[in-house]
Design a protein. Structure first.
Length: 153
């Protein structure tokens, strides 16, 4: 089996800039496990959390943006107020399949993320990157497990 182009590892260090949480038209989709973790973090029931902090897009539940902006509702002073319970989609960035498809995609992701190939970044092993990719994929499967979130709102 051919090794992925990143098998020798890649350099990444989160700088805490908050750019991955703002300025895009993307969505943070939530799995049932994400919903439970976030609700627990904010000491809410899952139903309360869904009612207060989410919306449904393409029959999937996702986080709201802050009112009047394009930043995540949990981004406060460029820091995640839900960091320890943040969704898997957030935890696994930048190890998303699209970013790792090719060296060009990795460089494109670096344009928006200063932690990719940062001069102080440690080398993340190819094995660790592959594990994070699997976590990301497992989460996608869980998000798309057929549960009808529209009936939860």
């Amino acid at each position: 089996m051919k090794k992925p182009w990143f098998h020798q590892g890649l350099r990444f260090k989160c700088t805490g800039c908050g750019k991955c949480c703002t300025g895009s038209d993307g969505y943070v989709f939530l799995s049932p496990a994400d919903l439970i973790a976030l609700a627990d973090h904010f000491k809410l029931s899952v139903t309360e959390f869904i009612d207060q902090h989410t919306r449904v897009v393409d029959n999937q539940i996702c986080l709201l943006d802050s009112p009047g902006s394009d930043k995540c509702i949990f981004l406060k002073d460029n820091k995640c107020s839900a960091y320890h319970a943040r969704p898997v989609q957030c935890r696994t960035f930048p190890w998303w399949l699209h970013n790792l498809e090719s060296p060009d995609n990795w460089r494109s992701a670096a344009v928006h993320c200063e932690g990719i190939d940062h001069c102080d970044a440690e080398q993340i092993s190819g094995e660790k990157i592959a594990q994070e990719c699997m976590n990301y994929i497992d989460n996608l499967v869980e998000q798309n497990s057929g549960f009808d979130y529209s009936s939860s709102k």
